[in-house]
Design a protein around this ligand. Structure first.
Ligand code: FAD
Length: 286
């Protein structure tokens, strides 16, 4: 089913993001986590495309397998970086052939420690992929939004304009980068709406699993850690079990406020683990 139709249904649309595991054992573990996550009744899941386009085959195969074996709708991430236009086109063709209808069109992250640079024969921006996906097939296309502004953006205003361009090119949903301070998200929604963009804007939520890890992630994407959360994290620096508990409590409060604000859905970055999601959904009565 297309994500455009899933978000058109009444109620909160839950979605969960996975990454393709590197090993067979990791893939086995992922499928048992998916079994647990399915009990939360997510509308769909999504599968990331590795940094620099490194998991092309694996991502498509995993999306295919989840849809076939788990009776769960799955959206395929697809990035500009690390592939030529022809390679991106052939991935879209393969998705169409396999009946995969949902794509998250992205600029993509460079491999760790390297600078972002487009492939010499590739597309430059996510909007180019949106156009290509819409031209090639009957895809529902989601795009990324950045409540705290994309780190490479010229300005906040230009970042919002480029986001609007992605929607004008045919994107039907905006899923945001992770954030821990809801206020920039609320301002982001307000400003995107002022541009006349009416598609659902879905917050991306990362339940914290470890203090050093969340510091690394937020530094990479430019999200701020509010002082009160930073204080909690400093108490669990070397204790991941305790960090998970802090993460569950924080995400529960964060999501409750987002639901009160009226978000159409929640997109959880699961890091292939179900435990925190189960606790957060239980706390929220979902
Ligand atoms: P774009 O829309 O291309 O924007 C990138 C930058 O270019 C922004 O600063 C924008 O302001 C600017 N820009 C856009 N258009 C123009 C233009 N015409 N002229 C000048 N500047 C322009 N990364 C991965 O590698 N794999 C994944 O699977 C993945 N999944 C993600 C899932 C979600 C929900 C999110 C929010 C991000 C994900 N990312 C992933 C990270 C994302 O790919 C990076 O943050 C990337 O740097 C930006 O992607 P984008 O789609 O916003 O790119």
């Amino acid at each position: 089913m297309k994500i455009a139709d899933l978000y058109a249904r009444p109620g909160l649309t839950l979605s969960v993001e996975f990454f393709p595991p590197k090993t067979d054992k990791g893939e086995e573990n992922l499928f048992s986590e998916i079994t647990a996550i399915k009990r939360l009744n997510p509308a769909f899941c999504s599968v990331t495309y590795g940094a620099g386009g490194s998991t092309r085959e694996k991502t498509v195969d995993l999306v295919d397998r989840i849809r076939r074996d788990c009776d769960l709708e799955a959206m395929c991430h697809l990035t500009v970086i690390g592939q030529s236009k022809d390679e991106a086109r052939s991935v879209l063709k393969k998705l169409g052939q396999r009946g995969i209808e949902n794509v998250l069109a992205l600029g993509g992250d460079p491999p760790q420690g390297t600078e972002w640079k487009p492939h010499p024969d590739g597309f430059h921006y996510a909007v180019d992929l949106v156009r290509e996906a819409k031209a090639q097939g009957d895809f529902s296309v989601a795009v990324a939004g950045f409540p705290e502004v994309h780190p490479r953006a010229e300005s906040r205003a230009s970042d919002l304009q480029y986001l609007k361009k992605k929607v004008d090119a045919g994107a039907c949903v905006i899923i945001t980068q992770l954030f821990y301070d809801n206020d920039p998200f609320y301002r982001f929604v307000e400003d995107v709406r002022k541009l006349g963009v009416s598609v659902p804007i879905v917050p991306g939520v990362l339940p914290i699993l470890s203090a050093p890890q969340v510091r690394r992630f937020t530094a990479l994407c430019g999200a701020k850690l509010p002082a009160a959360l930073e204080k909690e994290l400093s108490k669990v620096e070397e204790d991941d079990g305790a960090a998970v508990r802090v993460g569950i409590e924080y995400a529960t409060r964060q999501c409750a406020a987002l639901i009160k604000f009226g978000v159409p859905g929640l997109h959880f970055f699961s890091l292939n683990k179900s435990c925190s999601l189960q606790a957060i959904c239980k706390n929220l009565g979902l």
